[in-house]
Design a protein around this ligand. Structure first.
Ligand code: NAD
Length: 272
């Protein structure tokens, strides 16, 4: 009927199965909601069990969303999350490698940089993404289809004062995506990055708060710093949902020829 034709038109991921790392909060959570709204079934893979279960319960009517604990620094846990999606739903169409951390509070200058912090940031943001790429490709390549999306950052393009480990890790994500996309091109699997600018998620709020501990800024003031001082754009704020819609595009068949791309969602900040 016309009704179901219309429903099919607006559900751009009907029947697709997705894993979202870091899906318990922020960008990952907004993307889980957007994917479910568009007909996908989503496995949220995170280390925040209570939050992850709550998000899954909120989105999970009709088996649409579930939570699994997955620390992306442990390859076996990433493999398990992928295998869980396949066991539960029969396949994996979309892998969103989105879990990330910003590193030690305050983002100290080069002279005070902690090399162990560099290892921790790279373990989550870069090695975790590589594990996600490897294990998603393991189940996608035999089916000759799939879309892998990795969250990089505008910081991976333009650097930024103090963002030493974070910027390096996000530039690495862009490099990983390009290298793996070249290999995947002949196998029907697409690999792309998204580079968001600042959004007041728990990650960004905690990072900005740590820059000026002596100022004792209120939560509201910190939020305003992320939204206004960092988003130099046309009076509109960048939101998690803006990234979720970018992920929806890359996940969907609308992007069937888009491979190896870094979709920058920053209102032009990195080019101005
Ligand atoms: P967030 O803190 O709301 O969400 C990050 C999630 O990742 C959390 O739920 C956290 O538990 C999870 N996570 C952290 N370490 C993990 C691990 N080892 N294994 C599994 N999950 C883990 O923050 P967010 O802003 O939504 O961050 C999502 C991604 O977006 C990150 O990669 C971040 O670097 C990137 N990003 C954020 C911004 C921003 O301004 N918020 C800008 C550019 C890029």
């Amino acid at each position: 009927s016309l009704f179901f034709f219309y429903v099919r038109l607006i559900r751009r991921l009907a029947g697709k199965i997705a894993v979202i790392t870091g899906g318990a909060s922020g960008i990952g959570k907004a993307t889980a909601a957007e994917f479910v709204r568009n007909g996908a079934r989503v496995v949220i893979a995170d280390i925040q069990d209570d939050l992850g279960r709550a998000v899954a319960a909120e989105l999970g009517s009709d088996n649409a969303c579930c939570y699994t604990r997955c620390d992306v620094t442990d390859e076996a846990q990433v493999a398990d999350a992928v295998d869980l999606a396949v066991a539960r739903h029969g396949k994996l169409d979309v892998m969103f490698n989105n879990a990330g951390i910003t590193g030690s509070p305050g983002w100290p200058p080069l002279g005070a940089v902690d090399l162990a912090d560099f290892d921790r940031v790279m373990a989550v943001n870069a090695r975790g993404v590589l594990a996600g790429l490897k294990h998603a490709a393991r189940v996608m390549v035999p089916r000759r289809r799939g879309s892998i999306i990795c969250t990089a950052s505008a910081t991976g393009l333009c650097g930024g004062m103090g963002a030493i480990a974070y910027s390096a890790s996000k530039a690495t994500v862009i490099g990983l995506v390009r290298a793996v996309a070249a290999e995947m091109a002949s196998s029907g699997v697409r690999v792309n990055a998204i580079s968001p600018y600042a959004i007041p998620t728990p990650l960004a709020l905690a990072t900005v708060a740590s820059w000026h501990p002596e100022r004792g800024l209120s939560a509201e003031e910190i939020k305003r710093m992320v939204e206004i001082d960092l988003n130099v754009m046309y009076g509109t704020k960048l939101e998690e949902e803006d990234i979720a819609r970018a992920a929806l595009y890359l996940a969907s068949d609308d992007a069937k020829y888009v491979n190896g791309h870094n979709l920058v969602v920053d209102g032009g900040t990195t080019v101005s």
